[in-house]
Design a protein around this ligand. Structure first.
Ligand code: ADP
Ligand code: ADP
Ligand code: ZN
Length: 234
């Protein structure tokens, strides 16, 4: 059975960064609703315009739009999905549970990445990503090795998000505490909530995430590499 995990945490906690590590380490499939919505807004359709308005205000996009996007993508199989930035409301969590159940699947673990609000401003205001491959960088904590060029794919298309400013972050954080943080209790009740300290370095957080995968998930990924946290013991 595929190993599906949810990365939960406020904007800037490091969900996207850790999702990319999980792809590298386990070949998992990332489903980022933020990325899907950015694609939807770029499409210029009526829904795209509504999405753009909500995102620019820092508010959550409606459950209906987001759940439909996820439903379309759940068909691609593989060693497991990383839900990055989804679910963000109780209605989305219920919908995800039902969609997975229909396919005989489940959530193996929810990993909450904890970061203080004071640090989030610095995380968000220094963030930029590669338009070529999606690698996530930070001016101070994770700069490119050569200024202006992506380390991974060599692209010079390095982008900053319009909503990555202190004003929008205030609204996004409020949305997080009002609508998303109740999910912590929701998943805790199921017994598969795991917390990691998101203030540690990217590498340390990554090994903590892999430790959760190794210690708490019985399903093994399809990789047998020695470095793979979910590989069978030697
Ligand atoms: P961050 O990386 O800061 O956590 P995302 O890229 O995940 O942000 O999301 C950017 C914006 O897209 C959010 O502020 C929100 O407007 C919208 N969004 C993303 N995922 C969801 C979701 N699951 N439900 C509702 N809105 C979402
Ligand atoms: P999210 O997807 O939760 O919004 P990101 O993965 O995009 O968060 O990370 C936000 C910013 O913080 C990025 O610029 C990223 O390079 C940086 N970052 C992520 N994890 C860490 C970490 N553990 N320590 C320092 N900076 C980090
Ligand atoms: Zn790149």
């Amino acid at each position: 059975m595929p190993t599906n995990i949810i990365l939960l945490g406020p904007p800037g906690a490091g969900k996207g960064t850790q999702a990319r590590k999980l792809i590298e380490d386990h070949g998992m499939v990332q489903l980022s609703t933020g990325d899907m919505l950015r694609e939807a807004r770029a499409s210029g359709t009526k829904t795209g315009q509504r999405v753009a308005e909500m995102m620019d205000r820092g508010e959550l996009v409606t459950d209906e739009i987001v759940i439909n996007l996820i439903r379309e993508r759940l068909t691609v199989g593989g060693p497991g999905f990383i839900f990055d930035g989804f679910p963000r409301t109780l209605a989305q969590a219920d919908a995800l549970g039902s969609l997975l159940e229909e396919q005989g699947q489940a959530i193996a673990a929810v990993i909450e990445i904890k970061v203080d609000d004071t640090q989030l401003v610095a995380r968000i205001s220094g963030r930029f990503t590669c338009g070529g491959c999606g690698e996530v960088y930070h001016d101070r904590t994770r700069p490119t090795q050569t200024v202006g060029t992506c380390d991974v794919c060599g692209s010079d298309r390095l982008l900053r998000r319009a909503d990555d400013n202190a004003e929008s972050l205030k609204v996004r954080l409020l949305e997080y505490y009002k609508k998303t943080s109740p999910l912590i209790g929701y998943f805790w009740r199921d017994g598969n909530l795991h917390r990691v300290d998101g203030l540690a370095s990217i590498e340390t957080v990554s090994s903590e995430v892999n430790r959760v995968m190794r210690d708490h998930i019985s399903t093994r990924c399809s990789h047998d590499d020695v470095g793979c946290a979910s590989a069978p013991p030697a």
